[in-house]
Each structure stands twice: as structure tokens, then as C-alpha cells.
Design a protein around this ligand. Sequence first.
Ligand code: NIG
Length: 384
Amino acid sequence: MSQLLTNIAELTTHTEEHGTLHDAAVVIEDGRIAWIGPADRAPAADTADELGGRAVLPGWVDSHTHLVSMGDRAEEFIDRMAGRPYEAGGIMRTVEATRAATDDDLRARAKALRDEAYRGGTTTIEAKTGYGLDVETEKRLARVSAEHADVVTYLGAHVIPAGADRRDYIDLVTGPMLRAVAPHARYVDVFCEQGAFDVEESREILEAGRAAGLGIKVHGNQLGESGGVRLAVEMGATSVDHCNHLSPKDIDALTGSATVATLLPACDLSTRQPFPPARALIDAGAAVAIASNCNPGSSFTTSMAFCVATAVLQQHVTLEEALWAATVGGAKALGLDGTEDAIGRIAVGGRADLHALDAPTARHLAYRPGTPLTHKVWKDGEQR
Ligand code: NIG
């Protein structure tokens, strides 16, 4: 079964071969892109979708979420807006709500958020554990995450749970909890921050994860210069996320490394943290991703369009750079770039993960901020 998408005013492919095309068409076959080119030369297909002069771009790749989590922390958010600082301690509130939930509750919430993300143009999504912090709940979160997300990350090292002994908890995270979660996960992550885990503890946790066959991610330099960024680079992490407080040495370390710096603009606004120096990172040549960090505490949104618009409007990132960071950058941050699936790109042979906008150009994503611009979304060629 082949589908023709035609009358595309602007087609952003993120490929060297096609770049950005105007008056374009795409043919999808068996969930993959079969043809890309000018609309007036498009081959016939079984069905045709007339896009009426709209823009089409790759689906968003949301490389940082805490999709499987319960509860509502709106009160804490309102307190922050009134000047109270964001603290890692709030995580335990979500842990309590998450532990109390049944698997069906967790599934319903994860599905609702994932479907909301799809409706906003996201087609690839990562989900972290980290709101269980005991072996049984972390395993449940990993299983439910695997049902609803494309990539699962083990974040047993989110914080030390209230009342737990520090050493005993790290032994649990690197031992029985890791063994229970690793079969469901692709990455291990650690919150390397004051109030969570220090650099040496983080190294130990990441080394244990690596020994269990997992790739490495780090929550680093969110609330201060935690050392997380340099640890991530030193250990060859796939990404280091947050990056709000970077010294020139941190930027140097990221530059030329394979570690992607993941920006989380919605989280920065919701926690009133200074934005990361996105312009300096990009100018220095560091690889950058943009993600939602969807979670009920620090960033309760699935909207990648909002994150992209914020990066452009507030962080001096160009629209083209922001689109790249929220698609190809996200794929790199998940180790999915460079495969035949061509996640984050629209490439012949790659997955047909597409996002059509109710706008003639992707520029409207920042030019018309806050306006719901998603027209249609296809994941693996199927409309969502
Ligand atoms: O990425 N920074 C640490 N963890 C999560 C959310 C924590 C929370 O629930 O407040 C984050 O922002």
C-alpha cells in the first residue's frame, strides 16, 4: 500500500541529498519513505493526501521524558512562580504518587501523555524510570515505559529516597535494581547534582550500568556546576541533559566530544533556572538536542513545538538550528542517528515519521508561538 503526500509548500528533510524542498511530494510505502521530489514529478500511489500548501518536517524526537509518573505538583509550581527555588526534594512527592499507582493507572497516564505528544508532532520518545526508587516499582516503570516509549532509560539514581542510607541505596541501584531494570532499558542515567548524587557516586552508578550493557546519560549542571557535564564527556555519555550552569571548561569539554548537550527549555522556564548558553554551545560546535523533559515536577508539558519556539525566542537559536536539535539532535542523544531508520530526517528508505503543519513554512513554529500548528502526524507511515 503506497501513499502520496503532495502539494507540500516546504519539505524539511535534514538530508544532504534533498535539504529543504519547495512544492514537493513524498511517497510512503510499508511505513518507509519510498520517494521524495518535486510534486509535479511524483509517481502515482494507491492513495493521495493533498496537503494544500502546508509545511512538512520530520516528527519530533523527544529524547528526555519521565513519561511514566503520577500526581500533580501544580502547587509547587505556583510557589516557584512566587519565588521559591526549585529543589530536587520535590521528586519524592512524585515517587509517593507513583508507588501508590497500579500498573493500569501507570499505563493510562503514560498513554495519555504519549498520545498528547503524538498529537503535537512527536514520533519518537524516550522515557525514564526514576519515580519508583525501589526494585519492584522501578521494574514496573521500566516495563510500562517499554510499552509506551521507543527508548527506556534507567534512572534509579534520581535521588536517595527519604529515610534510606546513602551507601545502601547506591548498592541497591548498582545491584538488584539494575539487574531488574536492565533487561528493559537501553540507557542508565544519574542525577549528578547537589541534593542527589555527587561525581564519584555518579561515576560508580554509570560504570555499573555500562557493565550491564547500558549506554550512558547524565542529568548534569542543572542547578549548579555539578561536574556532571565533565563526567559525562569523560565517560563517553551519549548525552548530558539540562546544562544550565556551564563554565568555559564545560563548553570546551562538550566541543569536539560525541556527547550531546540536551536543552530543556520548558523545564528552565518552569524552574526559573538560567537558560543554558545555547548560542555559545552551537557556535563552539557542540552537538545540541532539544527535549521536553515531560514530568509533573519540573516541566509538565509534552510540547516540543513550545520548546522549539522558546529556544528561538529566548535562547538565540535559529529556527533551523532548533528544528535540527529537536529532530536529528534528539536522535543523536538516543544513539539512533546514522541508522537506516533515519530517525529525525526524511530520507528514502527511512521511517515515515512526518509532521505536517497548518502553516506554509516551519518558521511559523516560532513566528506564531503558542498556536497549535500540527495538522497531521505519521509514525511509521500511519497517521496518529
Ligand atoms: O529532569 N532533574 C531531575 N529530574 C527531573 C525532574 C524532577 C522532578 O520531579 O522535579 C528533571 O527535571
